[in-house]
Design a protein around this ligand. Structure first.
Ligand SMILES: [Fe+2]
Length: 147
């Protein structure tokens, strides 16, 4: 018969389960981001990810997080844990750069192109309307009334 886990073991397992559940949610966010090509959809997804990672990494790094769950019971993993914690900083910084680039494109070049598209659409509508009016006027009015 399996030994009943102690209170400490049980709480470590609950905390571990919670982290694994968060990893599952983060993976879903990443899968969605990977499929997203529209920058206007992508930016809020990146910003949401940034907020959730901030909290997630902080929980993992907290004394009752990975240090208690991994480094204390398995000190031979301490070096890997240090590497992973360093990656947290790099990932957040990289993500900040990606968000800044995306916002720059969205508010700069993309906004300019958007305005240009709106302008050319308006010009083309007006142009086609004038041609239609001219055609209608000629065919149905000028030619239609001639004897
Ligand atoms: Fe994590």
């Amino acid at each position: 018969m399996a030994k009943k886990p102690s209170h400490v073991e049980q709480s470590a397992q609950n905390a571990g389960d919670q982290v694994i559940e968060e990893h599952r949610r983060i993976k879903q966010s990443l899968d969605l981001l990977d499929k997203t090509t529209d920058l206007r959809t992508m930016v809020p997804l990146l910003q949401e990810l940034r907020i959730s990672l901030d909290e997630h990494f902080a929980q993992e790094e907290a004394p009752d997080g990975f240090p208690a769950m991994i480094a204390e019971p398995a000190p031979h993993h301490a070096r890997v844990l240090d590497e992973l914690f360093n990656e947290h900083k790099i990932i957040l910084s990289t993500l900040d750069g990606v968000i800044a680039n995306a916002l720059f494109c969205l508010n700069g070049p993309l906004a300019t192109i958007r305005r240009e598209v709106t302008t050319i659409c308006g010009q083309l509508r007006a142009h086609e309307t004038r041609e239609t009016e001219l055609l209608t006027d000629t065919i149905y009015t000028d030619l239609g009334t001639g004897d």
